[in-house]
Design a protein around this ligand. Structure first.
Ligand code: ADP
Ligand code: MG
Length: 617
């Protein structure tokens, strides 16, 4: 007798669930995406115990016809595609027809849905079995309630992390869905507390405010760039508003949140050297392209996609950001910097979702408990969304209007570097200068590093640069393993004009060097260059040149505690004003800070700050 047989439906559903339903956040993602596909304009997500006890998604979309309810919960059933042509032109978030069947197979699920707002149907499932189906009442749309997730797959429960982690993942998913759909109002409530609430009025910057808070949103620039095939638009943070990891870079492709290392890198690349090393921006990049140019069917949860022309899209993103930054005055404002330390900079979300206590919850135990609350459909009427502050607060609306007007103004007026007049030096470290706008403190070391860096980047790029013959050739010995690597990497070294000749098995000799070397530092410079190659055997020519430009600029720069005479200082400021990016040193630190006339007047109480009336007493 043959040994091969078809798997029972429940089992194959559970296997499919293993791929798409990893954790409560996956349920939120799949169900909220269904709501989006159903053209909802309001999506209310209510979760208890980070989604392990229950997740409820309430939408005002098109609803599911009574006859279709059971079909929708079968595996591989969808209304979204029918032919292979459709598969390569998907315009909806879902299309695999797996989510409802998968979720129902690992939970107790109830759906209440209506296509006309008059008659509704309520169906209850447990591990895929339809328990009850009856008529009900609700407005047009769908509510799906998922309880006791993984009650029948205890192995999966083991992989669920702390409630804190699971809740953060839910918040993260809702954030990204909301950013991809500014025209939909998303509200996420956990244990009665609002964690996300976006206005849904179509304005991306207001959506960002609903997610990251108003302070962050107001520290972002809008940008766009497009060509015949791709439209890119979005917001990115000012270079001094950063985070310690790249997870605040959100990429949205045709309304779908995706992960893509190369495109996230393109965002960072757009900043050039304006970011501090090890810091990452906050950005939302919305990419629109013809669906035929992307294959979204490469990953079960569709967060990874295959793009036809990734490099080119990356270039459009980098250029868009770079261009916008090039028109901005990026001198940090001294006074605002001080204020920010004490207020906005600290948290990214006005209310952190962390304040729930997890200790009293045993994840496995609660599964067997009877549900303490009876199911109440439409617990929170969706109309309540209209009490959202964004809809009601006139000051808030006015503030946004003003900001938007500011955004639209031509930027030339602030684009130029101020015309600096040198006043003096303090502590042998800072230069003081003034312009008609205010006064400036310039870090002389950072300024010179910047000027040097731009010089060396150019020199190092010109491989043909003249070589200078050494009077006494430099001999370098390295251990065996390193010699092999150095020999392999000769082309990289030669790309900046460093030529090594073999000199016995483990030694090299250098007879000439590029003319831009600093006299007296030839050997240490060469050794540092070789170290870069040894420390990163995969280093690219571009990265190698960049590292060397930074190294050389630092070697050549005047240090702190060094007196400059007026001529030298004026010369430095003049060179700085000609730099491509005079605002940061190559490590990303600020070169100068501004004390605007307005700030000075405020500090000396010549004018009152309208925002802080307490001080006027
Ligand atoms: P997919 O989204 O890939 O089509 P699902 O299993 O998530 O597969 O959903 C199956 C079908 O059920 C969908 O194609 C859609 O027709 C219907 N459906 C699911 N959720 C909703 C909803 N919230 N509103 C309206 N229809 C829905
Ligand atoms: Mg779906």
């Amino acid at each position: 007798m043959g040994l091969i047989h078809e798997l029972p439906v429940e089992l194959s559903n559970q296997i499919a669930a293993g791929e798409v339903i990893e954790r409560p956040a996956s349920v939120v993602k799949e169900l909220a995406e269904n709501a989006i596909d159903a053209q909802a304009t309001q999506v209310l997500i209510t979760v208890h115990q980070a989604g392990l006890r229950s997740v409820e998604i309430n939408d005002n979309g098109v609803g599911i016809a009574a006859d279709d309810v059971e079909i929708a919960f079968q595996p591989h059933t969808t209304s979204k595609i029918s032919t292979d042509h459709d598969l390569f032109n998907v315009r909806t978030l879902g299309f695999r027809g797996e989510a409802l069947a998968s979720i129902a197979s690992v939970s107790k699920l109830t759906v209440v849905t209506s296509t006309d707002g008059k008659s509704a149907v309520k169906a209850e499932f447990s591990g895929n079995d339809l328990l009850k189906k009856k008529t009900h009442a609700r407005s047009k749309g769908t509510t799906v309630t998922v309880e006791d997730l993984f009650f029948n797959t205890p192995a999966r429960l083991k992989y669920v992390k702390s409630l804190h982690t699971e809740l953060n993942k839910i918040v993260d998913i809702v954030d990204r869905l909301a950013m991809g759909h500014p025209d939909i109002s998303f509200r996420l409530i956990h244990e009665g507390k609002d964690l996300v609430w976006t206005s849904g009025n179509g304005n991306l910057q207001q959506t960002i405010a609903g997610i990251y808070g108003r302070t962050i949103a107001s520290h972002m620039y809008a940008f766009e760039n497009s060509d015949a095939d791709y439209q890119i638009k979005g917001y990115f943070s000012k270079p001094d508003t950063t985070r310690s990891n790249r997870s605040y870079i959100s990429l949205i492709l045709n309304g779908r949140y995706i992960r893509n290392y190369q495109l996230a890198n393109a965002v960072i690349k757009g900043y050039g050297s304006k970011l501090m090393i090890g810091r990452f921006p906050i950005a939302i990049v919305d990419i629109t392209l013809d669906p035929s140019l992307v294959d979204i069917n490469v990953h079960p949860t569709k967060q990874e996609v295959r793009l036809t022309n990734e490099g080119h899209i990356g270039d459009l993103i980098s250029e868009g950001i770079k261009e916008k930054l090039s028109t901005q005055n990026l001198i940090p404002d001294a006074v605002k910097n001080l204020e920010r330390k004490t207020t906005a900079e600290t948290t990214i979300r006005p209310e952190k979702p962390e304040q729930i206590s997890f200790d009293d919850l045993d994840i496995v135990d609660h599964i067997s408990e009877p549900d303490p609350e009876p199911l109440v459909v439409d617990k929170i009427p969706i109309e309540k969304l209209e009490s959202h502050p964004i809809f009601n607060d006139p000051d808030h609306l006015q503030a946004w209007d003003n900001r938007l007007k500011e955004e639209k103004q031509p930027t030339e007026s602030v684009s130029t570097f101020p015309d600096l007049r040198y006043i003096g030096q303090i502590h042998g470290t800072y230069l003081v200068a003034e312009s008609s706008e205010g006064f400036y403190l310039v870090d002389q070391h950072a300024a010179q590093e910047r000027v040097n860096y731009e010089y060396y980047r150019k020199q190092i790029g010109e491989v043909e640069a003249d070589q200078q013959r050494l009077l006494v050739p430099i001999v370098l010995d390295y251990p065996n393993s390193e010699s092999i690597l150095i020999r392999e990497k000769k082309p990289v070294l030669e790309s900046i004009g460093l030529f090594l000749d073999d000199f016995g098995q483990n030694s090299f000799v250098v007879n000439t060097h590029p003319t831009w070397f600093v006299a007296g530092q030839e050997e240490s410079t060469i050794r540092e260059m070789i170290d870069y190659v040894l420390n990163d055997s995969k280093i690219s020519v571009a990265a190698f040149r960049e590292k060397n430009a930074i190294m050389m600029s630092c070697k050549r720069a005047i240090k702190a505690n060094q007196h400059l005479d007026d001529k030298q200082a004026i010369f430095l400021l003049k060179n700085l004003s000609k730099a491509e990016n005079p605002y940061n040193c190559p490590h990303g630190r600020p070169v100068l800070i501004e004390f605007s006339n307005r700030d000075l007047e405020k500090m000396f109480k010549r004018i009152q700050d309208s925002h802080d009336t307490r001080e006027s007493e």
